[in-house]
Design a protein around this ligand. Sequence first.
Ligand SMILES: [Zn+2]
Length: 92
Amino acid sequence: MIFGLKVKLPIECHNCGFEVATITRPAGKYYADFKCAACGGPRGSLTERTGWLIQSIANSFGAPTTPIVLRRPPVPCTRTENPPALPAQRKD
Ligand SMILES: [Zn+2]
């Protein structure tokens, strides 16, 4: 069970700048979703491949007490996160 585990993502939260996200049950078509551990905002999704990778780490070493470091960015959340090529919109 990977839900509730924390991961450190290579990109920061667009909302609050925090790097750590919690794995949550998927709202869409992906294996699981990421939710910002600080502000609770959506941080994208995991593919099944990444989900199994995290599961195998948890199985081998026990549920980690520190966030698992992911070096690949998650599947972007198109609702709130822009692709890196597009600058984030300012909220004035
Ligand atoms: Zn955040």
